[in-house]
Design a protein around this ligand. Structure first.
Ligand SMILES: C[S@@+](CC[C@H](N)C(=O)[O-])C[C@H]1O[C@@H](n2cnc3c(N)ncnc32)[C@H](O)[C@@H]1O
Length: 275
């Protein structure tokens, strides 16, 4: 797939998910879990119910694969950029952590997600959270702006991950932290999965090997790159209907699906821009 086509498919997929009001980092068509299902999934991937209750209703569509805010050890007054902010869950949690003296900038390329996030900010009275339309490969953020960058299950969707990490490096202040939850692979995916648009939107086929992900972060200039944890999340990320729909669409057997589940890992990754 050409990069342009990938972006179009991803944008359309997440536009549809925003319109439906729920999914599970899965393809737009089969999955539309409601608020309680989204909260159930999110509590399995690292959010506390208290956190989920502290954000405006509709900010959690169950699209993440970890909890980068928990990783970010944010301090009062910090500026945080959320790459691929979706409906805003992590941006609002980050806003709660940095307080009124802090500032959050969420960036997303999907209009429908942006509208949802902005409405959620209005509903929740978040005056210090701003959502900008833009691509994470060309961040609409000035150099050396952020103390921390968070991102949840987004960079795997980019066809140019090297560029995303270079952009992240550019907008961080010296000493700034990159804190990411994302999908990485422990081995090569079967060909029919690699070529599936549904599995791409579902955060699977755009993912790269864990060592390649690491290398790209280091090549962008980051240091102290480390993985805090890595889990096998497919069962958690997809509700059963979605997993079934992907399997049916791809024509893969239960055994292949079981192998796939072991290849696809949700990792929490930290790195620092040298001071
Ligand atoms: C799986 S969702 C995660 C949303 C959010 N981080 C969360 O956890 O709720 C991926 C989001 O990233 C956005 N996205 C994907 N690729 C992007 C890109 N290249 N530039 C900007 N946003 C992108 C999508 O529009 C979507 O809102």
């Amino acid at each position: 797939m050409e990069d342009r086509d990938v972006k179009k498919i991803v944008r359309e997929g997440y536009g549809a998910i925003a319109g439906k009001g729920g999914s599970c980092c899965g393809p737009a068509e089969p999955c539309c879990c409601g608020a309680s299902k989204a909260d159930e999934i999110s509590s399995q991937i690292g959010y506390s119910m208290e956190e989920l209750k502290s954000v405006p209703e509709g900010a959690n569509l169950g699209l993440g694969c970890g909890n980068p805010v928990a990783l970010a050890s944010l301090r009062k007054g910090e500026t945080v950029v959320d790459l691929g902010s979706g409906p805003g869950l992590d941006s609002f949690l980050a806003a709660n952590a940095v307080g009124e003296a802090g500032r959050i900038i969420g960036v997303d390329m999907t209009h429908e997600m942006l509208e949802k996030a902005r409405e959620n900010a209005r509903k929740g009275g978040y005056g210090n959270v701003e959502f900008r339309l833009g691509e994470i490969e060309n961040l609409p953020v000035a150099d050396a702006t952020a103390d921390a960058i968070i991102s949840n299950c987004v960079i795997n969707l980019s066809p140019d991950k090297e560029r995303v990490f270079r952009e992240a490096f550019r907008i961080l202040k010296p000493g700034g932290r990159l804190m990411v939850s994302d999908i990485v692979l422990e081995g090569e995916l079967p060909q029919q999965v690699r070529e599936s648009a549904a599995a791409y939107v579902g955060c699977v086929s755009g993912a790269v090997l864990r060592e390649d992900y690491f290398r790209m972060i280091e090549e962008a200039g980051f240091e102290n790159v480390e993985v805090e944890s890595a889990e096998y999340p497919l069962k958690m990320m997809f509700d059963d209907d979605t997993a079934e729909a992907i399997m049916a669409g791809l024509d893969i057997s239960q055994e292949e699906m079981a192998r796939l589940e072991r290849l696809v890992v949700s990792a929490k990754i930290k790195a620092v821009k040298p001071a």
